[in-house]
Design a protein around this ligand. Structure first.
Ligand SMILES: [Zn+2]
Length: 369
């Protein structure tokens, strides 16, 4: 996520903090100082917030370590003011795996809560009297009681079935065993968006800014992931070679063409991006419609393709899985087309449109088999 920086690496997972998190810390430190006039209270208040987010981080590690055990890569965990976000490289394929990963986070808080309460009791604190961090920290015992309650809240709140929150993921996993992934996601997204609207209204009525943020996060998270699951199902079982455009349908250019010549191809054909191929058949780079059109209006018109082509372009193998490799690489590159290369030689292009037509191909295949 943009604006985040790494503070450490544990179990092969980068731990990152979003810059807005420091705004949150500064805000609570300020409130602590304003209400007490004591800089030490400001520090203690900030320290409690850090402890709270440490619990959030452990929650995310709960998800992440189970995901790793199930063979899913977890590149990083980011701490945001509204909570933590563990990024999984892939969605779990099996519904049961999704349930295990989702439940592991709240389970961490279920374990942490009695530990904090127990420590508080050892220090002689009253469990009915948590520290009010906005009015100064109180005793260490009261702070531990407070952290105990925070973990109860984290467990309960995350288990609300508001997809894509943990409870919503559990719901989807359970539905998916009977209804399949697409319908399960549709239903849990619908439930999630219902909760998002409810949270939003409550947030407005009570002036709870955090709840408003969470509502927006749930609403858009739900629709984003619904789309992702649809795309995955649409491309299931297809390879890049099933949908890519192959030569001779894919026109290529050489590094020595000039832009006037390439412009002609763009204006008179359907192709928008062109692989640039050396005389020996090796890929030199690609030249996109955007570059071709902008060059056409400038003195670059007569320069050769070599001077303006993109050379650091990711390539993809024809045997690669369409969703996990082809589609992802295409998305991450920000390009509309990727060269498909086999044994160092260009064999075709995978375009955004090819990916879009994967569903047609699937329907056709269903009829054939
Ligand atoms: Zn969680």
């Amino acid at each position: 996520m943009g604006g985040s920086f790494k503070i450490g690496r544990v179990f092969g997972i980068d731990v990152k903090v979003h810059w807005t998190f420091f705004l949150l810390l500064a805000f609570f430190a300020y409130v602590g100082y304003r209400d007490s006039g004591d800089p030490l209270t400001a520090l203690v208040t900030a320290a409690i917030i850090v402890a709270l987010f440490f619990c959030v981080l452990l929650h995310e590690f709960g998800h992440s370590l189970v995901a790793q055990r199930l063979g899913i890569e977890v590149p990083d965990i980011t701490l945001l003011p509204i909570g933590g976000l563990a990024r999984l490289k892939n969605l779990p394929e099996k519904p049961a795996d999704e349930v295990k990963i989702a439940i592991a986070g709240p389970l961490v808080n279920v374990v942490l809560a009695p530990i904090f309460f127990g420590l508080a009791l050892l220090l002689g604190a009253n469990l009915l009297n948590p520290a009010n961090i906005l009015e100064g920290a109180g005793s260490l015992g009261e702070v531990l009681v407070y952290l105990g309650y925070i973990n109860v809240v984290l467990a309960v709140f995350n288990l609300i079935p508001a997809f894509p929150m943990d409870g919503g993921r559990v719901l989807r996993g359970l539905l998916a065993t009977r209804l399949g992934p697409v319908r399960a996601t549709d239903i849990s997204s619908g439930v999630g968006q219902f909760f998002a609207i409810a949270f939003f209204l409550v947030g407005l009525l009570t002036g709870n800014f955090l709840l408003l943020l969470i509502a927006v996060f749930i609403f858009f998270g739900a629709s984003g992931e619904t789309q992702m699951v649809r795309q995955r199902e649409m491309m299931r079982g297809l390879n890049v070679s099933d949908v890519m455009g192959t030569k001779p349908r894919t026109e290529t250019v050489t590094p020595y063409h000039n832009f006037g010549q390439v412009l002609d191809a763009v204006l008179h054909g359907y192709q928008e991006d062109f692989p640039v191929v050396n005389e020996d058949g090796g890929l030199a780079g690609i030249i996109t419609r955007k570059e071709i059109l902008s060059a056409a209006h400038s003195p670059d018109r007569y320069t050769s393709v070599r001077d303006l082509m993109k050379t650091d372009v990711p390539t993809i193998s024809p045997d690669a899985d369409l969703f996990t490799d082809g589609y992802r690489t295409l998305q991450e590159s920000g390009l509309r087309a990727l060269p498909v290369v086999e044994n160092g030689e260009l064999v075709g292009m995978l375009t955004v449109d090819d990916v879009g037509q994967a569903s047609l191909l699937r329907d056709l295949r269903k009829q054939q088999y």
